[in-house]
Design a protein around this ligand. Sequence first.
Ligand code: GLN
Length: 526
Amino acid sequence: MKYIIVTGGVMSGLGKGITAASVGRILKNRGYRVTAVKIDPYLNIDAGTMNPAQHGEVFVLKDGSEVDLDLGNYERFLDIELTASHNITTGKVYRTVIQKERRGDFLGETVQIIPHITDQIKTCIRQAAEEEFPDGTKADICLVEVGGTVGDIESMPFLEAIRQMRGEIPPHDYVLIHVTLIPEDTMGDMKTKPTQHSVKALRELGLHAEIIVGRSANPIGAGTKRKISAFCDLPQNAVISAATAPDTYAVPMEMEKEGIADVLSAHLGLDRREADTTWYRIVNREYTNRVTVAIVSKYGIEDVYISIKESLKHAGRALSTEVKIAWLDAERYERCSLKDYDGILIPGGFGKRGIEGKIEAIRFARENNTPFLGLCLGFQLATVEYARNKAGIADATSEEFGEGTHVIAILPEQEGVNDLGGTMRLGNYTADIREGTLANRLYGQKQIVERHRHRYEVNPAHIDRLEKAGLVFSATNKNRMECLELPGHPFFFATQFHPEFRSRPTRPSPPYLGFVEACRANKRTS
Ligand code: GLN
């Protein structure tokens, strides 16, 4: 197993995750099996309870774990499926060590950060790296991204563990990439001092960067590279320029041009192989069409819906159609503006705020033949809308929102679980698709697997009435409704699951493909 450690300097939000995922893609393009571990030095056990408005989307893995959105980037770039063990947090590490201490595993020792916590971190990294892929093979290379910035108190034990690792594995199996910011002054000159300082901070911890990736607004010139090379003690070709790219999927290509593959190959003793260019061809595909999709939501922050954004991009690429997104505030948008979009998407969400605006948008899409895609909460609200306006259940609502007829409810088998986390249906579940439906046409399969993250379900007591009124539940998992659609409408489709978590640039998600295709056919915008 070879390890590529990725640390960050100067400031957070540099795109360290995209950089690491891009490095992984470059190696995967050369035929290596690559996996990834994300270290989040916060104390939370996982991201499940974290506010998406602060931390961005909570990504859901196949095993149902709720993790940092960077894991989504790794899955998309590397086309793999990760598990809980690939997201290491301080909370998880300490919990394990404390449990061991309570069990008496340490036999009277004083339990300390070094060696007990650092040993546990190394064990976690190795376990995640060695985890088999579904085909029984293992990765050749594991990326280890250390969240936060070098110098943060919280990341210290992780950086110490990584320092120890260096001495414990052969030199050819370890390389450290430091991602840093190269700002420009008012004259447009690139400044290397922040990088020098963060490399100094790394050195104080006993770490040496073999490669520096400089994030900057514009490409880094030879003069700046020479300076970094001299001050940071590494050859000039190991200073890689990573200027902000218009599209994150183009980053591997840009870094490839900078020669990072050769530098990595030399360090890790990899044989030189020609790159498979499929990825680059997809990224370079020209757009011949453009559609604008309205996403009606209550969060103003796009990071909350990163997987949805990416899935629309994946589908758009496959259809040579650029998908522009208009973010509409569910509480404030003008109903008449909805006619200006080629399609309407209602994403997942929790809580009551903004739901009436979303229901109105769904009604508009249904009545005006506008392509509609509903996801999770969007699926539930499409059910509520139909119940109210077509099935004669005027006070239809979800149990989540309060009084009324609960067409969306907690199923009896879930009741009695008071712990909020305990009632969530998380991760992969199968759904059986009804033949002859839109769902069947989209997936071309009778059974599918998709990821879930929800607590409420369509209430079985009202299904008959809804179906008699014309709504079709086209996929189910036993008594749980998984997809709904409206025959006769150009594209009215919603899923209780989140298909965006399995969409890849190389393999767009079927509901998204169908939606973008319908938006293109419905095109109203220029
Ligand atoms: N709030 C809804 C539920 O818990 C929908 C969740 C979601 O959209 N992810 O069932």
